[in-house]
Design a protein around this ligand. Structure first.
Ligand code: SF4
Length: 95
């Protein structure tokens, strides 16, 4: 990953956690969390996490622990923070 992308990713993580601490952007977070909580990649640890050990085929709903065509890897993000960032997106394009 390029240094510029690493810096942006670090800023996004910090911003998402700050917004979570301050209780900002509840509406968009709740809408996205409803989708995440029904997703097979959702893990309840850390207040909700996108499982980075699994891959999801969003068209079939199938889950794999190995990379395959048409499958998207969980991002590993804490969803309580990530879902508050307007410019963030689900790695499986569900939101
Ligand atoms: S971010 Fe996407 S892939 Fe990850 S748990 Fe939420 S809906 Fe599932």
């Amino acid at each position: 990953m390029e240094i510029g992308n690493l810096i942006k990713q670090g800023r996004d993580i910090a911003e998402g956690h700050a917004r979570e601490l301050l209780g900002l952007d509840q509406d968009i977070s709740q809408q996205r969390m409803k989708i995440c909580m029904k997703c097979p990649l959702y893990k309840s640890n850390l207040g909700g996490q996108c499982n980075p050990a699994l891959y999801l085929n969003p068209e079939t709903g199938d889950v794999s622990n190995v990379k395959k065509d048409g499958y998207f890897k969980g991002c590993g993000c804490r969803l309580g923070a990530k879902t508050r960032l307007a410019g963030s997106h689900c790695p499986a394009l569900k939101w």
